[in-house]
Design a protein around this ligand. Structure first.
Ligand code: XBP
Ligand code: MG
Length: 231
């Protein structure tokens, strides 16, 4: 039986990537780097998970000499602060059905966790903005960002969430929006439900137990019951 739900953040809890992209571009502008990521650029760049990793991938793909990795780390800190400011200005909401699922799951005694590539401050900002609560009041366990050496599609961050929950993969159900996320969750052995997001609509979700537009679709209750092993 399922004891815990483990959620991805970006694209799954909320459509955050345009705010991430804006925070990157604001940072590039503030340092006159001459970098600007369009939606088309970002669609490609999102295949590299993690903000620092994404900036390094861009530098290398463009054949640029800099910025060096230390400078990228400093720029990324600034990007994180800019992202938090954007989120705190209140522009982002949760995706349909997310708040309801988490509320009902907790009421039913299920444990709720996060496994994300993004940094913990970003999860905290999102929870404050969308729930008006601290992240640890919403999620019992948060596995995030640089806590693991290998980001998604590697299974490490979902495995870390399982370890912190103290459960095995068969007791968990994952929620993801991207191919990299599905590879990570299923790589850790967790059954995964996908709600595709703006930037991942055309991804290949092979390996997922279900793909559903969002958690308010008419057949969502049956999808959930099936995944919970009650179908
Ligand atoms: C999300 C990401 C992140 C964010 C930026 O992937 O790839 O890199 O775009 O986050 P997922 P940071 O939803 O699969 O976790 O800049 O904080 O790294
Ligand atoms: Mg995601």
């Amino acid at each position: 039986t399922i004891e815990a739900l483990i959620f991805d953040v970006d694209g799954t809890l909320s459509e955050t990537e345009e705010a991430h992209r804006a925070a990157f571009n604001q940072t590039f502008d503030a340092h006159d780097m001459g970098w600007h990521w369009t939606r088309a650029d970002y669609t490609r760049l999102l295949k590299t998970t993690g903000g620092k990793e994404r900036m390094r991938a861009h530098r290398d793909a463009e054949g640029l000499d800099g910025p060096d990795d230390d400078t990228i780390a400093a720029l990324h800190k600034e990007k994180t602060a800019r992202y938090a400011a954007l989120v705190e200005s209140g522009g982002l909401g949760l995706r349909p059905g997310v708040a309801d699922l988490i509320f009902r799951a907790r009421a039913a005694g299920l444990r709720v966790a996060v496994a994300t590539t993004t940094n913990r401050p970003n999860v905290e900002a999102l929870c404050r903005s969308c729930w008006g609560k601290e992240a640890e009041e919403v999620f019992e366990v948060i596995a995030a960002g640089d806590e693991v050496a290998a980001k998604k599609p590697a299974p490490d961050v979902f495995q870390l969430a399982l370890d912190r929950l103290g459960i095995t993969a068969d007791k968990a159900l994952a929620f993801e929006d991207s191919r990299n996320g599905v590879l990570s969750a299923t790589g850790a052995g967790i059954a995964t439900i996908v709600t595709p997001s703006a930037y991942t609509e055309t991804d290949d979700f092979s390996g997922a137990v279900a793909i559903i537009a969002d958690l308010t679709e008419p057949h969502w209750p049956e999808v959930l019951a099936d995944a919970m092993g009650q179908g």
